[in-house]
Design a protein around this ligand. Structure first.
Ligand code: ASN
Ligand code: ZN
Length: 333
């Protein structure tokens, strides 16, 4: 049959007007990104189960920027998956979640008033609810990236989703969710060091998480302590998120892309950032080479030190910076 790779144009609720990888068949256009492993996006029509229907359209223009159009959430989810794919490819030379060139798929409009999004290894897919009043789908870019990175973590370190390894699993999704936001360079997805900045679930504009100062969410500790393993994994992620921010940007007040952050440390220690790019490479190598299913905070310190030694040399200033930064979030050995 006649099939061709196309670049459609979508209007998302969160991402503005964006290009979409689509396919042209005899029946019309499909949300099937053959340039990115055949990643497809489906509409669950508010059902709780099943894959739903592949988004198809007579033209290659999708969504309206508003939830009155069912395609709009599909646009954001499809774009988020593409941006995550491109990030892994461009920055880490990895083709797809498993590195095998095979795409996953996304399902939007899951259930009714369902306020969550998740990755599943079983379907190798992401699922997105529409949030309160079915008006706030959980499809914003950093959240889509967060969910897709759960697939990467499963396919690599396999960090168990409980205790300290669970916090590191969650943090990996926040770290690369943030990295995808920066890489996409989409002016709508800022401030990039805040996760879930558009969902506005409380109506006050509160993001889900703050990488510069995790405790701003009212639950996540800024520093490691003995007992952190008992927290929900979305809170025990705090010190690792904080480590990543500090390693990239350094301590204290800092303006990045016009946004003001402020990152504290244990005893007010000063750490100087090594830059986002190197911090991302270190975390990626630690995750894919050294972390295992049971890696804890102490193990994460060791894994990132080894990764930094591999990438920059064992006697490099970068290795020292990694050690100092873990100590600044109270992970001393
Ligand atoms: N949205 C949540 C997450 O990805 C779903 C979960 O609790 N696993 O962290
Ligand atoms: Zn998560």
């Amino acid at each position: 049959a006649y099939e061709a790779v196309h670049t459609g144009i979508g209007q998302g609720q969160y991402n503005g007007t964006v290009p979409l990888g689509t396919t042209h068949t005899l029946l019309g256009y499909e949300m099937n990104d053959t340039a990115r492993g055949g990643h497809r996006t489906y509409d669950m029509h508010h059902e709780a189960k099943g894959r739903g229907d592949l988004f198809t359209n007579q033209t290659d223009r999708w969504g309206s920027g508003d939830q009155s159009n069912d395609e709009t959430a599909g646009v954001d989810a499809h774009y988020g998956a593409a941006q995550t794919w491109d990030y892994l490819q461009d920055v880490h030379g990895r083709t797809g979640i498993r590195g095998d060139g095979v795409g996953a798929y996304s399902r939007v409009h899951a259930g009714s008033n369902y306020t969550n999004a998740f990755w599943s290894d079983k379907c190798f897919c992401m699922t997105y609810g529409d949030g309160p009043g079915n008006a706030k789908p959980l499809t914003e870019l950093d959240v889509a990236a967060h969910e897709m990175i759960h697939g990467l973590t499963s396919a690599t370190a396999g960090l168990e989703y409980t205790g300290e390894s669970g916090g590191l699993n969650e943090s990996t999704s926040d770290i690369f969710g943030t990295a995808v936001s920066f890489h996409a360079d989409n002016p709508t997805d800022v401030p990039a060091y805040l996760m879930g900045k558009h969902l506005d679930l409380d109506g006050k504009g509160t993001p889900l998480r703050y990488l510069d100062q995790p405790s701003k969410d009212g639950h996540s500790p800024d520093y490691w302590y003995d007992g952190i393993a008992g927290l929900d994994v979305h809170y025990s992620s705090g010190p690792a998120n904080h480590f990543f921010y500090l390693l990239a940007e350094g301590s204290g007040p800092k303006t990045v892309n016009g946004y003001d952050y402020d990152s504290p440390t244990v005893d007010g220690r000063v750490v100087t950032g090594i830059g986002r790019a190197d911090a991302e490479r270190i975390w990626y190598r630690a995750l894919t080479t050294y972390m295992t299913s049971t890696t804890d905070y102490s193990g994460a310190r060791a894994a990132t030190l080894q990764a930094a030694a591999d990438l920059f040399g064992p006697d490099s200033a970068t290795v020292t910076a990694v050690a100092d930064t873990w100590s600044a979030v109270n992970v001393n050995s």
